[in-house]
Design a protein around this ligand. Structure first.
Ligand code: UDP
Length: 321
């Protein structure tokens, strides 16, 4: 049993991580400012500290609770917004992470799992993308994740902290048992946007580009179920406690689904035709992005259990039923 401080534990991915840790018998302290996290995502058997990562005193209080390891998932993550308001992203993501690292040093907490992103890679130079692929983010959000990876590396060398940075590909789905109640608000991603169209909370959606160099002309992405992501965090904590090593690991399924395939699969799962239009390409979208996730298997013994996109969609659609 490990005592884990989950920063951002009331959020979409964070709440799934907390659920997984509790089910595996760990002790959890959730730290969240509820800017996007939701109270209905909390679990009775996890302690709660309401606080902001820009508040050093709150972080010190959290870190003083005999914490064995930290999972840091508190970040702003809207790519478009990061390009319009970089200061907000610099403060929240970068300064907030520095505060977390300094509080860890102060209280002798040695292990951290960090939510990084495939956004650190930028436009893929080859596929599938492995962890040795150059990091060259093309948006400010991805840049903040890259800077934090570098900070982790420096603190590991200078302050004897070890870390695992988990580079998520496209996170989707909800816990199959519906134990997570809070649907993401204002979702910006493809699957929740399609679901909103199905429920009628939006009129229609757009498929951005159908002239890509892919089989059906729409972009291909690597979708990974959030419960699989959660499992990788727990495995990362256990790995970090074994020795002093640190890693950056891709978390993906290793296979792609195109926007058209996602749309067609949603229509099948939901059982009705959805209204959508083909629209011009969205800036900065690569044709195809897919992970090489073998390193996560080697280091953590982890791989995605959800391999069928319809099963993944079903867990999302279940939230509406
Ligand atoms: N996409 C789309 N319509 C939307 C939202 C997204 O066609 O309303 C496409 C987008 O261009 C990309 C894929 O769906 O090819 C996944 O986009 P998302 O924003 O979910 O994740 P990203 O891959 O950008 O991190």
């Amino acid at each position: 049993m490990v005592k884990v401080l989950v920063i951002g534990g009331a959020g979409y991915i964070g709440s799934h991580v907390v659920k997984d840790l509790l089910e595996k018998g760990h002790q959890v302290v959730v730290f969240d400012n509820f800017s996007t996290g939701q109270e209905i995502n909390l679990f009775n058997n996890a302690e709660l500290i309401k606080g902001d990562i820009l508040d050093k005193t709150a972080l010190e209080m959290a870190m003083s609770q005999n914490i064995d390891a930290v999972i840091h998932m508190a970040a702003k993550k809207a790519v478009g917004e990061s390009m319009i308001n970089p200061g907000l992203y610099a403060d929240n993501n970068i300064t907030g992470s520095i505060n977390i690292l300094n509080a860890m040093v102060q209280f002798g907490v040695k292990h951290i799992v960090f939510s990084s992103s495939a956004a650190v890679y930028g436009m893929p130079q080859y596929l599938p993308v492995d962890e040795k692929h150059q990091r060259n983010p093309i948006n400010f959000y991805g840049y903040t994740k890259m800077v934090i990876e570098d900070l982790l590396d420096w603190y590991s060398k200078l302050k004897n902290i070890n870390y695992i940075a988990l580079r998520y590909f496209n996170a989707v789905g909800y816990a199959a048992d519906k134990s997570i109640k809070g649907k993401e608000k204002n979702p910006q991603n493809l699957l929740p946007i399609i679901i909103e169209t199905a429920t009628g909370s939006r009129e229609s959606f757009q498929i951005f580009g159908k002239d890509y160099q892919t089989a059906d002309g729409t972009c291909e992405r690597d979708y990974i179920h959030v419960s699989d992501l959660a499992d990788a965090h727990e495995k990362s904590i256990l790995r970090l406690m074994k020795d002093d090593s640190s890693y950056c690991l891709n978390l993906g399924s290793g296979r792609t689904v195109s926007v058209q395939q996602m749309t067609d699969a949603c229509e099948k799962v939901i059982g009705k035709k959805l209204k959508y239009q083909y629209a011009p390409r969205r800036f900065g979208d690569p044709d195809k992005l897919v992970s090489q996730a073998d390193l996560a298997y080697q280091i953590l013994g982890w791989k995605a259990k959800y391999t069928n996109i319809e099963d993944i969609i079903q867990t999302t659609w279940n939230m509406e039923l």
